[in-house]
Ligand binder design. Sequence first.
Ligand code: SAM
Length: 271
Amino acid sequence: MNLKNKDLGQNFLVNRDIISRIVSQIKPEEDETFIEIGPGLGAITVPLASKVKKIIAVEIDSRLHLLLNSDIEKFKIKNIKLINEDILKVNLEKILEKENIQKYRVYGSLPYSISKQIIKQFLTYDKKKPKDLTFIIQKEVAMNYIQAPPKATFLYHMSEIYSHKQILMNIAPKNFRPIPKVESSLIKFELKTKTDIDNPEQYIKFVKILFTHPRKTILNNLRTLNKNLLNKSKFEHDNEITMILSKRAAECSKEELFQLFPIFLQLTDRA
Ligand code: SAM
């Protein structure tokens, strides 16, 4: 049977050494509960379950769901619960409540086409925040979350306000079947208990605008909002602001963007 469904980003981990390195990089503890996204055939689910209290694994593909469920029953693994749903549509709050989960961590080898959406979904989830997220994603995308100024991206700044990030290891294509075209990385986001800034949704909108034309200066990107209101001469008395406005967004630190954010709020207020 061909198990691969192309649209669902199904590349299965097959190298046992890599699988055990991933599990040890996750640093599981026996009293922990994990939500896993896309368990597939259980390459990580099963070894991880032997080290933790419980895994709730959400798999969209009903064929894989059935196969893994029958393995779990066959091997009498009691601490894995499979849910056959789309992680982008699942009611996480309901699951956490039903399973009586107070603290949890998240793991997943993510379908690359929706990895950014899933990461955003969990970073911004404000009801019951997970402790951390450990994901296998495309290496190039992982770098976009990690690279600091002067090579920062929208993904770097967006994720900065919610988390501390690090790349735990890189994973070569040969460790998956079918073999993907791209390199992968295991990336960890440790969630901050409190977001760095109030009004994070507006801040993300602001950062998005700053990166609309990444080669243009911040001033020119902001001008697309309202040409008349944002005149550099207005800030001539404030050297620091003038200097930040003349930079490109990729070059700016988080603190510099925080300094500009109130100006953006004023502009959008008046627009
Ligand atoms: N964890 C397995 C492994 O490492 O071998 C499979 C990883 S594979 C890269 C991605 C998995 O996510 C597949 O099992 C796929 O069916 C599942 N998937 C894709 N889209 C999904 C979605 N929206 N919600 C839940 N699972 C999804």
